[in-house]
Design a protein around this ligand. Structure first.
Ligand SMILES: Nc1nc(C(F)(F)F)ncc1COP(=O)(O)OP(=O)(O)O
Ligand SMILES: [Mg+2]
Length: 217
């Protein structure tokens, strides 16, 4: 499976990111709204573990499969293998990309977080299908996020590796998405921009509208 940038909004959520709403209802609304990828990122205060996590992951997988949207598991490579997820996302402090590629096989999607051209080169060498780059803006969704980096490094990686899909992440919303699209990303990843939206389909359309605008260089 290759990283497709056809529907380029990449939704990321854990069971505790949906406020008072049922996370599976939020996920279904996002799938209906046209997200291109879903990443289950179960971490932080009150994160599910063990059989509760397995059950939740399978429920997310069932929804994603019914909409033909790849399910990516963040960090938890063994959970991804256990449920035959479509891929895994790892950061610089997680398992080593080359070993993860070996563990999941060549058909699964492998995403790697990178912050520089050098890290992007290593990730591509290790077999990454896409790289996540950010935080572009300030974010409240990741407690240990680095300081906002803007789009400069994204532009450098897009220039150095024009065929390596880049996903921008960190504080992206309809107001600032066009700037990220213009930087050369294949997709934009969001958590709270969708989990906090009243009209999820409308929010996804607004995030994508930025893409059309951004393409009008
Ligand atoms: N989870 C992510 N997904 C993406 C994606 F490209 F998919 F948008 N990019 C970056 C990250 C951040 O990954 P990481 O640095 O390991 O931190 P955490 O495990 O806390 O998310
Ligand atoms: Mg990680």
């Amino acid at each position: 499976m290759k990283f497709s940038d056809k529907a380029a909004v990449y939704f990321i959520m854990g069971s505790k990111n949906s406020g008072t709403r049922n996370p599976l209802k939020v996920l279904e609304a996002a799938l209906k709204g046209g997200i291109g990828h879903f990443q289950l990122r179960e971490k932080g205060e009150g994160a599910l573990t063990g059989s509760a996590l397995l059950e939740f992951a399978l429920a997310c997988q069932q929804l994603c499969r019914s909409y033909g949207v790849p399910l990516i598991i963040n960090d938890l490579v063994e959970l991804a293998c256990q449920i035959d997820a479509d891929g895994v996302h790892i950061g610089q402090d997680d398992a080593e990309a080359g070993q993860v590629r070996q563990r999941i096989g060549k058909e699964k999607l492998l995403g790697v977080s990178v912050h520089s051209v050098k890290e992007a080169h290593l990730a591509a060498e290790a077999g990454a299908d896409y790289v996540g780059m950010g935080p572009v803006f300030g974010t409240a969704s990741k407690a240990d996020a680095k300081k906002p980096a803007g789009v400069q490094e994204i532009q450098a990686v897009a220039t150095a590796f024009p065929f390596l899909p880049i996903v921008g992440i960190g504080g992206i919303n309809p107001e600032n998405a066009a700037q990220v699209w213009r930087s050369g990303v294949a997709g934009i990843a969001v958590i709270s921009s969708i989990t906090e939206a009243h009209d999820i389909a409308g929010q996804i359309a607004a995030l994508q509208a930025g893409r059309i605008e951004g393409d009008r260089k």
